[in-house]
Write a protein that binds this ligand. Sequence first.
Ligand SMILES: O=C[C@H](O)[C@@H](O)CC(=O)C(=O)O
Ligand SMILES: [Zn+2]
Length: 280
Amino acid sequence: MKTQYTTRYAASPQDVKSYDTTRLREEFLIDNLMQADKIELVYSHYDRFITGSAVPTVAPLKLEVIDALKADFFLERRELGIINIGAAGTVTVDGTVYELDNKEALYVGQGNKEVIFSSKSAGNPAMFYLNSTPAHKAFPNKKIGIKDVEVIELGAPETANARTLRKYIVNSVVDVCQLQMGMTTLKSGSSWNTMPAHVHDRRMEVYFYFEVAEDQAVCHFMGQPQETRHIWIGNNEAVISPPWSIHSGSGTSSYTFIWGMAGENLDYGDMDHCKINELK
Ligand SMILES: O=C[C@H](O)[C@@H](O)CC(=O)C(=O)O
Ligand SMILES: [Zn+2]
């Protein structure tokens, strides 16, 4: 089996208050992504959101159904978002080949039976980041290239949070059931993402940090706004954010991250902002 998965259960904010560093990392950090020749998945019970990666080298990788779904095929009752953070590759969905270059995305709708990942060059592979959520309706597959994304500029150099946010999979770009995905890039000299921080009790979210230099890290903040905790994160690591948690990070140098979320609504702007000077 080249498709492997582990399960994470949902935790109440009351319990998480008492977690030590090890427990916090066991529950929320995903540190096994982007392994060559494997499809690694983490099935979270927050909104049944699956976070994963596929890194094909010499041979293609097929997305196999996992036992947690008790389905005949992976997308029987799910939709899938894919963003390539590596070199050129292809995703073949029921025989249709989609070419995905670096930072291009593909939305795959519910009902597709076969998803196969390939790299153009085994020595310089594609690195596909995957998010999947339950779906109630079959929407068409759609490639989202760099010209198709919605771009917003946020923050300012004075507050060290100047960044460019790109919305790839949102319902103004592609028809979706509940998945939303995008990418945020920090401007040189800025370190804070998602500051002012926010919560959205309607949706969980996963942040996947990449383009973090080998000897650097991102300090990711989570927890209820007046009860925050931090997790130090390295390159190609993701962190699960429960609906009741803030999700914000500051890097020791530049980095990029992919955000993915799912839950009650499709309104990207549905966030309850937290006052910076009230965080604890
Ligand atoms: O609910 C939305 C998400 O947390 C992110 O889109 C926020 C983000 O990328 C940023 O502010 O840098
Ligand atoms: Zn958010």
